[in-house]
Design a binder for this molecule. Sequence first.
Ligand code: SF4
Length: 471
Amino acid sequence: MSEFDKPLEECGIIGVFAPNEDVARMAFFGLYALQHRGQEAAGIAVSDGRTMRLHKEVGLVAQVFHPEHLAQLEGHYAIGHTRYSTTGSSNRRNAQPFMVETFHGPLAVAHNGNLVNASELRQQVLQRGVGLSSSSDSEVMTMMLAGAEGDTWEERIQNTMPYWHGAYSLVILTRSQVFAVRDPWGFRPLSVGRLPSGGHAAASETGALRTLGCDEIREVKPGEIVTLSNTVLRFRQGLPPQPNLARCIFEHIYFSRPDSFWDGLRVHQVRQRLGEELAREAPTEADVVVPVPDSSLPAAIGYARASGIPYNEGFTKNRYIARTFIQPTDSLRKQGIALKFNALEENLRGQRVIMIDDSIVRGNTAGPLVKLVRGAGAREVHVRITCPPIAHPCYMGVDMGTYDEMIAHKHTLDEIRDYIGADSLHFLSVEGMMRALGRREGYCNACFSGVYPIEIDRAHVKTGFEKAIAG
Ligand code: SF4
């Protein structure tokens, strides 16, 4: 789908332990492979066993890091982060990793996810007299770790995990260790693998680990703490996995790279099956199936295969319009669609078109896309969406917007169809989505169902921290 009307992931994280290697450059390439997960800021922290150094800035990975920055980040241990803001607004002070000096030496943390009890934890940290420089829940987590009880960093991490409610996949850097940690619900992905040099790396997606040449890739289990080292990984169950595991289903629908592998499933294959299920649920007479590039491409292939209707491309997408220059406000999202897509008229003229997209949030880009297809001479446009209607906000680290902003929360299917100007509209059912996954449970689908896997304080909003600061 167009990134102007999509749920926004907030982060990609990377951790590397590779003695005698250029770990900063490895972290840089890892972040490059995770750029799709966040385009507003990037940072890398490196330790050489004595000193920890950090560079972070607002911008895309390639804009933030120049060769001279990487040259200064010498060491054996590195963590990195690429960010879209979920907690706190988009500014430099919220860029990650967060780095602090502690009684036990330097500490840096990079976080993917969102704590649902972050406001409460923030108050507790402030009441202890600890100062904070940002509005991010990740800084609160960093400060909690800095003051945690325990003889080792593994113990300190384990002792702090019970206080954190919500989504967290973390990479943690100390003077001479890198840790990968995942919440006990398993909301956000995190995997580890062995580098060709013999060291190890951790990353939000297996695609980034493959970029670094990793093999022996495995998921960090929900509730697990993995210590990266030169020879073998050390595993410790920090908290028992929750009985109601809640992997974010949107990783499969939209966020993750198609080559990534999560929960034993290849994302590309799942997306093809989402398209096949959609074709079974909503068969339609038509001449051509076209995807909204890029994420809907496998689903369109699946739809075409299951329906017998030919697949073809309907749009050309300009992949080089960086979101950095298109601030995520509603008015600019609306403008952005014209900058991003052109119709391939020869493939659409006179055709009855099935347009496959992965989701509709606000509904402000499906309409312009339908118009583009009609403008290219299509006779009919049938819109098929590879997930159910998004009708509830996410509090676990994905920016879905508020209830007021969600078109499916306020409008019926027919109203949405009329609003976007389609001849017909169908959203995949929850059952169809789970069939495509081949799973009955273990996933969060709260943004569709409104049933949250964890107790939510509804007052917690994206910029709640900043309001607390202002107030
Ligand atoms: Fe993912 Fe939706 Fe659950 Fe958020 S509410 S974690 S976006 S499935």
